[in-house]
Design a protein around this ligand. Structure first.
Ligand code: URA
Length: 191
């Protein structure tokens, strides 16, 4: 497992921001792409969004250093605009992300925002799905509001704290433990 090498996309004209964290991590946090500060420092989530993420992790007693933190795309997009990434570059980034996740094999994937959802689940809809435990071909995941969106709109934060509390609990095991429900439907309205 540790011998597996990830084929890294290289672009001499841009600075690559590598993932951080142990490959034995139980929690893998997937962001979109680095911003200016991340590009400068060469680490993911160290700018404003990173500070929001750090606050969430701390509040939910999740140690940042125990998490594997990565991005869908490892280079800062032109004008920080994710849609400026070409289809072929994005396809290569998806393949690379897939290899990373297979290597780490976390118990839970935290999908920060729509682009991470699209990469892992193949669909978007963060406001509908945030906090849900979903199954992906890479295992269990929970979509969450992107920390950058929380920095712009602080009212998203309380729900995200609840989502990260769930992340902590779900990180203890890889399976999806569904609550067994026995639904009894009345035949008539007259009960
Ligand atoms: N936003 C992201 O999605 N990733 C980072 O690394 C920083 C900001």
């Amino acid at each position: 497992m540790y011998g597996v090498r990830i084929r890294r996309i290289m672009d001499e004209t841009k600075k690559r921001v590598e993932a951080v964290g142990p490959v034995t991590a139980k929690i893998c946090i997937v962001g979109e792409a680095p911003g200016e500060t991340e590009e400068k420092e060469g680490k993911p989530f160290v700018g404003q969004a990173g500070r929001v993420l750090d606050g969430l992790l701390e509040e939910c007693s999740i140690s940042r250093s125990s998490c594997y933190i990565t991005n869908v795309h490892k280079f800062r997009p032109r004008n920080n605009d994710f849609s400026s990434i070409s289809e072929s570059d994005l396809a290569a980034s998806y393949r690379e992300l897939e290899e990373e996740i297979m290597l780490v094999h976390p118990n839970i994937l935290v999908l920060c925002g729509n682009e991470a959802m699209q990469a892992i689940l193949g669909f978007k809809g963060i406001q509908h799905y945030r906090g849900s435990i979903l199954e992906s071909k890479y295992g269990k995941c929970i979509p969450g509001i992107h920390p950058a969106a929380i920095a712009r709109e602080w009212t998203f934060r309380p729900a995200t704290v609840i989502d990260f509390i769930k992340v902590k609990k779900e990180s203890e095991y890889a399976e999806i433990k569904r609550t067994h429900r026995n639904l009894v439907i009345a035949d008539t309205f007259a009960c």
